[in-house]
Ligand binder design. Sequence first.
Ligand code: 5GP
Length: 149
Amino acid sequence: KDYHETKVVLVVVLKGSFLFAADLCRAIDMHNVRIDFLGVRSYGEGTESSGVVQITQDLSKPIADEDVIIVEDIVDTGLTIAHLMDLFRTRAPRSVKVCALLHKPARAKVQVQVDYLGFTIEDKFVVGYGLDFAERYRNLPYIGVVERS
Ligand code: 5GP
């Protein structure tokens, strides 16, 4: 409804968002939607964010004058989204909004606005449905909590 008759770009933040984005885009009943991918790395091999947001793969096309929706698996410290908002602003889109499946507000380091949100969760490290732990578990067909022994 918000994007009636406009051109929308779904920017899928890889890799964690790929399954969410696949389901989300099939639920959007509009013809003027294109999908692009952005590779980002903020976590190392562990479960703590390094705080350094590294772009590993850029968008394939400019986003000038387009309505951008950033599709994220999870907003944790908020650093990734804050960084992407800054980056995209330099590319003159018509608008930028954020759609995230999960939000962990307990760990926020910067305030970011999540325009479309699935679920707010507590401060636990989750895996599955695209989300990994050292590149594993992305293929789990559900979201689970990693318990440390
Ligand atoms: P932020 O920059 O908001 O701290 O973190 C964003 C990214 O960190 C997410 O896109 C995701 O890749 C990763 N991340 C944050 N929390 C979790 C979590 O609980 N599980 C997994 N697998 N990744 C997480």
